[in-house]
Design a protein around this ligand. Structure first.
Ligand SMILES: Nc1ncnc2c1ncn2[C@@H]1O[C@H](COP(=O)(O)OP(=O)(O)OP(=O)(O)O)[C@@H](O)[C@H]1O
Ligand SMILES: [Mg+2]
Length: 233
């Protein structure tokens, strides 16, 4: 579904990503983990069309994404939840969710709204509350909910557990797993490697802009080198 081949990308002339190879298959939940500044967010920016590759190739459904704008990629089913959430703070929960459905018919938007409320009941309870009064975790649920309103086939999530307690992190990651179970492919970026590896089908470990390890989620979690270097275990 998504393939990165020797992707190099960065800011201006500065290169951050060095020949990154990565694959997400249909229906897979793939984690991309690594320390602060490893290049995880930069990778997602490249995939969603916010950042043009310096070299290498990104293909989505077999077609090169080069030159396709982020909004065009959203229509094609590739939807990104950015690190900063980018919610409309003065709008209500339901208004934020409806903004996410700009690619959808009225019927599809209604159905998806019900699905989002089922996945995150707190959003249904608070549907008339303005987004800026939400806690960090609730804002994260809203940002994911809004992305689901676009009907993604591949969802890119940038650290959905940021600022959440370990318990709330599990709630969030359970929701991510549920999303995968509905057939949506997910590329999950996390600093929280231990929990991300626990739910991922496969994972990549990134260090200084390069993929240094990859494998099954459980397999990597058990790997002595990963445990020492990245999980602090
Ligand atoms: N807009 C930018 N302009 C210049 N350099 C940037 C920009 N955004 C990020 N960088 C640099 O790119 C490198 C990778 O950053 P990136 O945000 O991709 O890391 P990350 O793995 O997402 O880290 P974190 O876990 O802290 O979110 C860092 O050295 C960072 O300083
Ligand atoms: Mg980041």
């Amino acid at each position: 579904m998504l393939t990165l081949e020797k992707l190099c990308a960065g800011y201006g002339r500065m290169r951050i990503l060095h020949e990154v190879d990565l694959h997400v298959g249909a229906g897979e939940l793939v984690a991309l983990v690594g320390a602060n500044g490893a290049g995880k967010t930069t990778t997602l920016r490249g995939i969603c069309g916010q950042l043009a590759p310096q070299s290498g190739r990104i293909t989505f459904d077999g077609a090169d994404t080069a030159g396709r704008r982020p909004d065009v990629l959203v229509r094609d089913g590739l939807v990104h939840v950015p690190e900063d959430r980018a919610l409309f703070g003065t709008l209500t929960v339901e208004e934020n969710l409806r903004m996410g459905a700009w690619t959808a018919s009225a019927d599809a938007a209604r159905t998806r709204l019900e699905q989002v409320y089922e996945l995150f009941p707190i959003l249904a309870e608070r549907r008339d509350q303005v987004a800026q009064t939400f806690s960090g975790g609730q804002q994260q649920m809203l940002a994911i909910g809004r992305a689901l309103m676009a009907g993604p086939r591949l969802l890119l999530l940038d650290e959905p557990s940021t600022g959440l307690s370990p318990k709330l992190t599990w709630t969030m990651l359970d929701a991510v797993r549920e999303i995968r179970d509905t057939g949506v492919s997910v590329l999950l970026v996390e600093q929280n490697a231990k929990q991300a590896l626990a739910i991922a089908d496969r994972a990549y470990v990134m260090e200084s802009g390069s993929v240094v390890l990859s494998g099954g989620g459980a397999e990597l979690a058990d790997d002595e080198r990963v445990r020492k270097a990245y999980l602090g275990l």
